[in-house]
Structures are given as C-alpha cells and as structure tokens.
Write a protein of this length. Structure first.
Length: 275
C-alpha cells in the first residue's frame, strides 16, 4: 500500500494513506543503504506489519527542516522582536529556488512598527512582489489560505517569528504550543520538538523548529547570479560577469539607480563570499 510519511519521532514513522494513520518502522536496508526516510516521503508500506518497504523518488528535499516533496515554503519573517533579517530572508528564498520550492513570504508583527518603519517595510514588500515573489502578512489570512490551497508546505523563518502562532490562526483546532520572545536574548525559545505535517483543509503544513542560520547548498559562485531573478532584467556586456569587481556592470549600475534593492545586492555579495 502507498502512503505519505506525515510525522517522525525518533525511529517511529507515522504514515497516512489518506484515511488512516499507521505507526511504522523502516526496513533495515534503508540504514544499510544510508537512506533516511523523511516527512513528506511517498512510501510503500506493509500495513499488516507496519513496516515501510520502499521510498518513491523525491521531487525535492531539505536538510533544515528534514522534509521532502515540498510545493511551497511559507517564509515567516518577523519585522520586530526579533528585527527583520533581510539576509536570512534572501538566503531562504535562494534555497527555495535552488530546490524548486515556491517561496511565499509572510511578514509578522507589523503592529509593533512605527509609522516610519511601516513605510520602509511597505517598500520592501513592494519590491519583492515586483520580482515575482508572493508576499502577504499574518493579518491577511484569507489571502494566505488561497496561496496555500492544495499544497504541501513548510513553515520556516527566524526563531520567534510566530510560525506556530500563524498555524494556530489558520486552524484554531491545532492549538500548538507557543512561547513569548525572550527579552534578554531577543530571540524565541524552541517550542516545536519534531517535524510533522498537519492537515489544513486540503493542504498539508509542516511546522518545524525555528533556526537563525542556514548553509547554502546546491549552488556555487558561478550559478548564484541565476537565482537573483531581478538580475536578468539588466544584461551585462560580458556573459561571465560576476557583478562584483567588474568596472562596467549593468547590475551594479541598477543598484546605484535604486532599480535593484541595495540589500539584495549586498546579500548577493555576502553569499558569493560564503561560497
């Protein structure tokens, strides 16, 4: 029988066949073959003996969180307490693009901003929308519900950005545990202890442990520029232009003319150095 892994706790894999849930063990051959079953995996399993027999090919997978076959990522981004991190946001967008996952930015805590700060955030929202990324806020739940319809999604973002709170708003029956932001540390406490796909109407959502840093995988310094979609609008004279130290570069000119968001270009340079 075929099913999908919807929860993993230690070595116990909960598999859904669309109607019932089965707590299964994985065959020893997966360990011998260095294969780790992930939440989101489509599997063949023996429901009589509760054993996972085989794992179907994945369309994508992530390391943090450990999950496979994701359609979209809700990048939950706090604008205050903790303060917005555009570097983390751009890194998350990059990793989504590299793994063929649709990024959806959800800004939270806009009510904590001053009028001047709100004006700046609106400019940022407008820019990301202009380059084709879907953006909403945790105050526009109906809009968000339309964006996630019939998809397998993962929530990601800063610790304390409000991922569990957002899930609770989307479905009050979930009643996930949340914690207040630690004033001393300026970051949230880890409240989610495992990866699990929750049913939300006709969608599946994974609420995962918060994190504050990510490693860039699946891209190198030569292909990085291909994942900054706005760069494609401004063609450089030289095909192999890295948009870094070259004297004549249309991308650098576009940054100076405020056509490309300065933070986006700075993060591009930062990621180049990391690579």
């Amino acid at each position: 029988m075929n099913g999908k892994i919807v929860k993993i706790i230690s070595n116990l894999f909960t598999v859904s066949d669309g109607i019932n849930l089965y707590d299964c063990k994985a065959r020893g051959k997966f360990r011998n073959d260095s294969i780790t079953p992930l939440v989101g995996d489509i599997v063949t399993f023996d429901k009589e003996n509760n054993i996972i027999l085989d794992i179907m090919p994945r369309k994508n997978s992530l390391n943090r969180p450990l999950i496979a076959n994701v359609d979209s990522a809700l990048i939950v981004t706090s604008v205050k307490k903790p303060d917005i991190s555009l570097t983390l946001l751009d890194k998350q967008i990059l990793l989504c693009d590299v793994n063929n996952i649709e990024p959806i930015i959800v800004f939270t805590k806009l009510d904590l901003l001053s009028s001047k700060e709100k004006s700046e955030i609106k400019k940022i929202i407008k820019y990301y929308k202009s380059i084709g990324i879907k953006v909403t806020t945790n105050q526009k739940l109906n809009s968000l519900r339309k964006l996630i319809k019939k998809k397998t999604l993962v929530l990601t973002g800063q610790t304390g950005a409000g991922k569990s709170t957002l899930l609770n708003k989307l479905d009050k029956n979930l009643n996930l545990k949340t914690d207040e932001i630690s004033e001393a540390l300026g970051r949230g406490k880890h409240t989610t202890r495992h990866v699990e796909l929750f049913e939300f109407k006709d969608s599946l959502i994974a609420d995962t442990p918060g994190f504050s840093s990510l490693e860039i995988n699946g891209v190198d310094k030569y292909t990085l520029k291909d994942y900054f979609i706005e760069f494609k609008k401004y063609k450089c004279d030289f095909k192999d232009c890295s948009h870094t130290n070259e004297q004549k570069c249309s991308i650098k000119d576009a940054v100076k003319e405020n056509k490309i968001l300065n933070s986006r270009y700075e993060n591009y340079i930062r990621f180049m150095r990391e690579l």
